[in-house]
Design a protein around this ligand. Sequence first.
Ligand code: AKG
Length: 285
Amino acid sequence: MSISLQETVETLESQGIVTVEGIFSERETADFRRLLDQTIEEASQVEVYKGRPTDKLLGKSKDTVWLLWELYGVCEGGLHYTRHPAIVQVLEEAFGEPVIQASIGTMFDKVAGGDAAIGWHQDNFFIVNPPEGEEENLDKYWHQFGHVHVRPAEIDWREDYLKKTIIVRINVDPQTVENGAMAVIPGSYQEGPLELREDGEAYIKQHESEAVVCTAGEGSVSFYFPGMLHSSFPSVAPVGTHRRAAAHRVRAASLQLPGWKWPTDWEGGIHQIKAESGFDLNPFM
Ligand SMILES: O=C(O)CCC(=O)C(=O)O
């Protein structure tokens, strides 16, 4: 059953997460999958791939590659998929303003036979410019490839800035209970950053039994607030089964974090996201 744009945004706002099926056609998901696989194969053969050390670019689980960091920086062709008109419509409608890319993206691929899994967490960081004069010494921050990630405790936290950003997760393969789909704790995105609370761990213990597994079809897109607690278990699908998802974060163009500046060293982080054409489907039309 299809969902309208308005229902999508209402669900996102009231539940913190929504999945829209049928955004990409079978042909498009197959093409995207090929691009991802090709990127991983090329990167696996060299020590430095497109300026990034491969041992940092690829996250391994046993002998499978389960993470590809800086996804759209190294898999440039993939960026086109993030500009699907239906995706841009949901984001602009949710914020009531233009949107800008706030992360370069990460691919998560649970390959059955690996043991990739991740515990409960919020994506409670923001990628910003290094502080003036500290471009060389980033040791005190979590940083990747020269990009500083600040957490709520390092920000003058005046309001829930996490609600001004949305994660866009393109489900390149079906996401099932068996293959280790992402799970969320409903309502947790309303709690703000748990790291700023003393009872953060207790909150998780109290609510984890309410977790919901976010099953989704191939070619669907899930939108959720980064404050939503999420996790995932290892895949128990037949060995070799892939479960790819490509996620990036988007922010309302007007969002400013007190004391920090947005990075200007990647194209997507500067300009308003514009929808592109040439896609097979649009579930809102
Ligand atoms: O895809 C998964 O299994 C985990 C995703 C995740 O933890 C994240 O997006 O932060």
